[in-house]
Design a protein around this ligand. Structure first.
Ligand SMILES: O=C(O)CCC(=O)C(=O)O
Ligand SMILES: [Fe+2]
Length: 325
């Protein structure tokens, strides 16, 4: 699928391409002769046992990560305990707080700035909150180093940054998703229907000229992604967008109207669909850091067809060519 990938969180990621028919045809070719000539039901049993092995591996990774998180949270002493208590008046700029308080569609639309189809930005975090969060992240990184503990990367495409759920900010991020992102969804992204956002993955990701300068084009393992700049690079690091696509259509060409560029502004949030193809241009000078919150909905996922079927929200240009085998 070219350089377009599905970014996973290391705690169960989605992604992949090719229809079941295509995958089976490839696999058959490589089966040992004795198995290739076996009956379809024997082959089905074999594939089921392979699938269960994959599931066990996922479970194993998940449990190892939860053990790591428990260990960190039992030993790490926060630098700024005030970050761990949800306070809208301390976290948010007045315009965003007022919009939340008002809650109407008119208030939401008035606060949002559109940067192209399905791409919205708005002022969100106070400068003081951004500074404290950055200091907390640096403090945690130092603590990890001193404790000789490994850091879990923010996601499968970026290595620099910190998973905020690991350090005990899980409840705050869950509230951020439910109180700040969820009310915007019905107005801005009606294609998600009425499925509630019910889980998240949150991290601070950093990019600098010598460490993770860019991110290749990808989709997120989220329904909606909130990305707030905490500090900006001196040069480079802009985001680009290339239209909403399902995993079947990651390489589908973009229409002119779908292309968008976004330059981060500290404290300002960008909200986009997880399946909006995007990437980050290289940071050329300085360093930037962003708070990223992948918001997920188990109901939306349960209603989404299997990965080899193109869903209605995919804006692929060649939709009609996909044959479900
Ligand atoms: O660095 C950014 O601003 C975007 C990061 C991103 O796309 C991601 O973490 O999924
Ligand atoms: Fe992303």
């Amino acid at each position: 699928m070219g350089d377009r990938r599905a970014a996973g969180s290391g705690e169960g990621s989605s992604g992949g391409s090719g229809s079941v028919g295509e995958v089976l045809a490839c696999v058959e070719e490589w089966l040992p002769p004795a198995i290739r000539s076996a009956s379809s039901s024997d082959k089905a049993k074999l594939f089921q046992s392979i699938a269960s092995l994959y599931q066990q591996q996922d479970q194993h990774r998940l449990h190892a990560h939860l053990r790591y998180r428990q260990l960190v949270q039992s030993q790490y002493k926060a630098l700024h305990p005030e970050l761990f208590v949800f306070r809208a008046d301390r976290f948010f700029v007045p315009t965003f707080e007022q919009m939340l308080h008002d809650g109407s569609e008119v208030a939401v639309r008035r606060t949002m700035c559109a940067h192209g189809p399905l791409l919205y930005s708005f002022d969100m975090l106070r400068p003081q909150f951004c500074t404290l969060l950055l200091q907390e992240v640096q403090h945690f990184e130092k603590w990890l180093e001193q404790s000789n503990m490994q850091k879990s990367p923010p996601n499968s495409l970026s290595s620099a940054g910190v998973v905020l759920d690991d350090i005990g900010l899980n409840p705050i991020l869950q509230m951020l998703m439910q109180q700040c992102v969820a009310p915007l969804v019905p107005v801005l992204f009606p294609q998600l229907g009425d499925a509630p956002l019910d889980s998240h993955h949150g991290y601070v990701v950093t990019h600098s000229a010598n460490l993770d300068p860019s991110i290749s084009c990808h989709i997120d393992n989220s329904e909606v992604t909130l990305n707030v700049s905490l500090c900006k690079a001196e040069e480079g690091g802009e985001l680009y967008f290339k239209g909403v696509r399902c995993v079947q259509h990651l390489d589908d060409p973009e229409r002119d109207l779908e292309m968008a560029e976004y330059k981060h502004v500290p404290g300002r949030a960008l909200l986009h669909l997880g399946k909006h193809r995007h990437g980050a241009r290289p940071v050329l000078k300085g360093k930037r850091a962003n708070l990223v919150l992948w918001c997920r909905s188990s109901k939306f996922r349960a209603n989404t067809p299997a990965i080899f079927v193109c869903p209605p929200w995919c804006n692929a240009t060649n939709k009609q060519k996909v044959v479900v085998k």
